[in-house]
Design a protein around this ligand. Structure first.
Ligand code: C2E
Ligand code: CA
Ligand code: CA
Length: 960
């Protein structure tokens, strides 16, 4: 073996001479689909119809590649055998469900959104095909245009095209969305340069269409499949009986970690001059050249993903996944290849050890058994148990223990012990050693070598441990993953130890065990981390929906009676506005703080999870939940009354809560749905409400169809305008005097079942369902008509109407305003249109023009909720406005420091210099009024002067 030349091994030998153009992932999907729909007989027909030499097993072996020709023949044969012209599309469309390379599903989901995935699609395609190139012409948040070109020299196939369409349309399903709709305006089969696919998908699930299917399920499923495949690969590798076979298998199985058109493995073995080179998908000359550069540590460029094949003890060589020069792998792919390479290195170590220890076959077999047993363990504890149980057989020393390094606590702690007495084992499991008390441990953390400790010359703490263990000499071997200490393995003879123990051979063997253990531990940690990620929400660290449902089902199954479990469903009020106004980073920060506040209300044993977006759920157990759950809900809403601090700004947000207590017939899904339905009723009652399931009014749960209800309500005239006075502040001998100068019209929905609803209960729905413009145009007409009535009573009144950003871009708006004014003969200057400060104002095209043209009609424009958005001051100059309305949170700060007053003063001064009026909103107290007056603010609005009422007040309600 020593002077073996570079070798041309690899799976391409089996499919001799066939060019590597199509990864077996695709052929496997075809075969499996046909099998699923027609059984083994259909698979048999498929192979016959396609007239191929390959067996079904070969076509489904993920390590292989086939020609483009083979792929097309299989598509044609599948269409024929299943007698389904849509078969190719369906094969693509069901690829994700059928476990198309789980590693890919994981990577794809980690990208976060369909748009990100579509952007990365061209790289993903290179993993499956070398004959086509995909390009992203454009990718937005809900649509994308993709071009797909088959290279010259190949015959384009409509079936292949259908398959591609099926596959790319499924991307949104990874995020629990409906599949994308796809249009195909140009096909290469019709003589176009490339196929064009236009995709569109729903960017976000509508809140009232919550589906049970959650993305985390997809992720967990993929994760499980990926782990299973890594594990079976690992035990395959250690099953190799010589180095050559081990190397060949490493290349063959690399596809289980990362799918790429080619792989290269270069390994240096002790005593050999030339490296061993194994390859797949590369010609021998290129492979040899690359191998030398690979081992020399050269950077081979972004199209080559390189990882070390190394154990803690030795670097064996490097493994590379190789893409075509102009292509590259997916993000995060390196970590998967690394995990695989760790298995490969462990297998090599073992095979080499076997090679040199033929003398002692029995022990070698034990080492192999150890490797096999470790390859099916997943938890740290299982690994420790297996290792200490096997150590005596392999090393000869009768007592062994494994201590794990707990980086969080900075100590070594006993995890498993074998041999000795019950007493000594118990002592070991209770042992906790810290580097500051045990100099030997401190040394091990830096030196990382096997060490023999004798009780005569160790530190006092350790000496007392050794005494308790009734031993004088112990061999301690570190468990290392690269530079990281994972723990130590110890071995001891019974007291007294035989003379000469331990010899070099014993230490060497223990090191072999330690390497195996370290690799297994490293993988267990990786698994734990990935599992944690799959079950927790990355933003808040809370459990996610999948873990919540899992725990809920388990609790229900074990709870003894009805009422043992309760669910609180919390949905934040107006979270969307926070995102719109302050940006997503602030929204995220708010969600983190909300999570922390919710956690603070947990009792021991309760669980809080983030279900999605701004939805959270609490699981409460035990006690008198009918009472207890309501209490917790009350404490939560109380807890939200204090503002959150985000980016140095105070934000207020409330939450609507639905509560449901478990009944005998409930499963987790029912219980959550009942809490969800109760929450929905709470929303409809306005903000900050708690509704207990069961107290929901008739029709409560069916009111999910509320977009339709809202429409019907608009048509049936269920909406009304309330009016709130706007006052002018003047001075009367130094005392502020107040006169009503106008009214703001505020919409109300007089709901037949739920009573009078404030905008908080329906505005978001109106916006999301596209009915808000109708509502606003109706408000303009009604308000203008009402204003004329007041004017008739002798008061020269202004009226202000709120418009949503959607209404601003509605083509009917200007005509509606003009007609309302002329029909009622109202002067244009008496109407103010209020638009809310938000990103939409600058983001939506045409808004500024629209505002300008409205002003040309003579109508006044007010910028509402001023001071809550960002880049506020610059907008004063950019937007064509006559008035700003200082948000109520601004005014509320007037209770506090003088700085707040200075701020208001500054805004008033700035606005005045730009010839813009300022209205202070939310004036609730006399003190506000006085301070506003003092800083020169002339217009105000708030409960102090009058609440919104169905008829306009012409006198302020509380002040005269
Ligand atoms: P807004 O334009 O900022 O209206 C002022 C809101 O503050 C009103 O809430 C009003 O009742 C409340 N308010 C007034 N003075 C005080 C006070 O002293 N203290 C407190 N705490 N609150 C006060 P409302 O009526 O619930 O309306 C909420 C929002 O809904 C409005 O905020 C406006 O943005 C929107 N809205 C109302 N009617 C319409 C409409 O017809 N079309 C559109 N697009 N939006 C509307
Ligand atoms: Ca307003
Ligand atoms: Ca406002």
């Amino acid at each position: 073996m020593a002077d073996m030349p570079p070798r041309a091994d690899g799976p391409d030998q089996a499919s001799a001479a066939e060019p590597r153009e199509t990864a077996a992932t695709t052929t496997a999907l075809i075969v499996n689909y046909v099998r699923h729909h027609g059984g083994e007989a259909a698979v048999h027909d498929l192979l016959a119809a396609a007239d191929l030499r390959h067996t079904a097993a070969e076509l489904t072996d993920p390590a292989r590649w086939y020609s483009y020709e083979t792929r097309i023949r299989l598509f044609e044969a599948a269409t024929e055998v299943l007698d389904d012209p849509e078969a190719a599309f369906k094969i693509g469309a069901t690829a994700l469900e059928n476990n198309l390379a789980p590693a890919i599903v994981l990577l794809v989901r980690a990208l976060g959104s369909p748009r990100q995935v579509y952007r990365q699609l061209p790289s993903a395609v290179t993993k499956f095909s070398t004959t086509s190139t995909m390009e992203v012409v454009e990718a937005g948040s809900s649509q994308a245009r993709i071009s797909f070109r088959l290279h010259a020299g190949y015959r384009h196939s409509r079936l292949d095209c259908a398959y591609a369409q099926g596959l790319i349309s499924t991307v949104p399903t990874v995020f629990s969305l409906e599949p994308a709709r796809i249009e195909h305006p140009a096909c290469q089969s019709d003589g176009h340069d490339a196929c064009i696919y236009d995709l569109s998908w729903q960017a976000r699930r509508r809140p009232w269409q919550r589906s049970r299917r959650d993305g985390a399920d997809t992720e967990l499923k993929a994760l499980r499949a990926q782990l299973a495949s890594l594990q079976s690969t690992a035990s395959d590798l250690v099953g190799s009986h010589d180095l050559d076979q081990a190397l060949t298998r490493i290349i063959e199985r690399a596809a289980s970690a990362v799918i790429a058109p080619a792989y290269l493995l270069a390994v240096e073995t002790p005593g050999a001059d030339t490296p061993l080179v194994h390859r797949a998908g590369l010609d021998p000359v290129t492979a040899e050249d690359m191998a030398i550069r690979l081992l020399g540590g050269e950077d081979l460029g972004p199209h080559v993903v390189v990882v070390d094949v190394a154990t803690a003890r030795r670097q064996y060589g490097r493994l590379a996944a190789v893409y075509a020069a102009d292509q590259r792998g997916l993000r995060d792919e390196r970590s998967l290849l690394s995990a695989y390479a760790a298995h490969a290195a462990a297998a090599l170590e073992l095979v080499l050890a076997l090679d040199t220890s033929r003398r002692d076959e029995a022990r070698a077999r034990d080492l192999l058994t150890l490797a096999h047993q470790l390859s099916v363990t997943t938890s740290e504890q299982e690994i420790a148990d297996v290792v200490v149980r096997m150590t005596p057989t392999i090393s000869g020393a009768p007592r062994a223990s494994l201590l794990a390094w707990d980086a969080g606590r900075g100590s070594l702690r006993g995890l498993a012990a074998h041999g000795g007495t019950e007493q000594t084992r118990a002592t070991l499991l209770e042992t906790e050693l810290r580097p500051d008390e045990t100099s030997e441990l401190a040394r091990m953390l830096t030196r990382r070598r096997p060490t023999v400790l004798r009780s005569a010359d160790v530190s006092p703490v350790l000496r007392s441990v050794l005494e308790a263990l009734d031993t004088e000499t112990v061999v301690v071997v570190p468990l290392l993953a690269g530079d990281t200490l994972l723990g130590v393995l110890t071995a001891t003879e019974n007291n007294p130890a035989p003379p000469g123990w331990p010899d070099a051979e014993a230490v060497e063997r223990l090191s072999g065990i330690a390497d195996q253990a370290a690799t297994a531990l490293q993988n267990a940690h990786l698994v734990t981390r990935i599992r944690h990620q799959a079950q927790h929400d990355g933003l808040t660290g809370l459990p996610n929906r999948a873990l919540f449902m899992h725990t809920l089902e388990r609790e229900i199954a074990t709870s003894e009676s009805d009422g043992g479990v309760a669910v609180l469903f919390c949905d934040l009020d107006g979270f969307k506005q926070v995102n719109d106004q302050y940006g997503h980073a602030a929204g995220d920060e708010l969600l983190r703080q909300v999570a922390a506040r919710l956690r603070a209300h947990l009792r021991p044993g309760d669980l809080v999870a983030r279900l999605s977006g701004d939805e959270f759920a609490l699981l409460l157990r035990g006690g008198d939940l009918d009472l207890g759950a309501g209490d917790v809900a009350n404490r939560i809403t109380d807890g939200f009354s204090a503002p959150f601090r985000v980016d140095g700004r105070e934000l207020r947000i409330s939450t609507s809560i639905g509560v449901a207590v478990q009944r005998a017939s409930d499963d987790g899904g029912h219980l959550l749905r009942r809490a969800d339905a109760a929450m929905y009723v709470a929303k409809q009652r306005g903000r900050n409400q708690i509704v207990l399931d069961g107290e929901t009014p008739r029709g409560g749960t069916t009111s999910r169809r509320s977009a339709a209800q809202l429409r019907a309500g608009l048509d049936a005239g269920e909406f009304a305008l309330y009016y709130q006075p706007i006052v002018r502040l003047t001075s009367d001998l130094g005392e502020p005097r107040v006169t009503v100068v106008g009214q703001e019209a505020l919409a109300r929905w007089c709901h037949p079942e739920l009573g009078v609803l404030a905008p908080a209960a329906f505005l978001a729905l109106a916006e999301e369902s596209g009915h808000v413009a109708d509502l606003d145009l109706w408000a303009v007409r009604s308000a203008v008509a009402a204003a004329v009535d007041w004017a008739g009573s002798g008061h020269p009144f202004h009226v202000a109407v709120n418009l949503s950003a959607q209404t601003l871009i509605d083509p009917r708006l200007r005509a509606c305003v003009r007609e309302a004014l002329s029909a009622n003969d109202l002067e244009a200057g008496s109407l103010t249109l209020e638009v809310t400060e938000s990103r939409a104002l600058v983001d939506l095209p045409g808004v500024v023009e629209q505002l300008t043209q409205l002003r040309q009609l003579g109508v006044r424009i007010a910028l509402d909720d001023f001071g809550t958005g960002f880049s506020t001051l610059t907008w004063l100059q950019r937007l064509p406005i006559d008035q700003v309305k200082l948000d109520r949170s601004f005014v509320a700060t007037l209770d506090g420091s003088d700085r707040a007053a200075h701020l208001v003063e500054g805004v008033v001064a700035l606005a005045r210099s730009l010839d813009i009026e300022v209205v202070a909103e939310g004036v609730e107290r006399e003190t506000h009024l006085r301070r506003l007056h003092a800083v020169g603010c002339e217009l105000a609005q708030g409960y102090l002067f009058g609440r919104p009422t169905p008829t306009a007040m012409t006198e302020p309600s509380t002040l005269h």
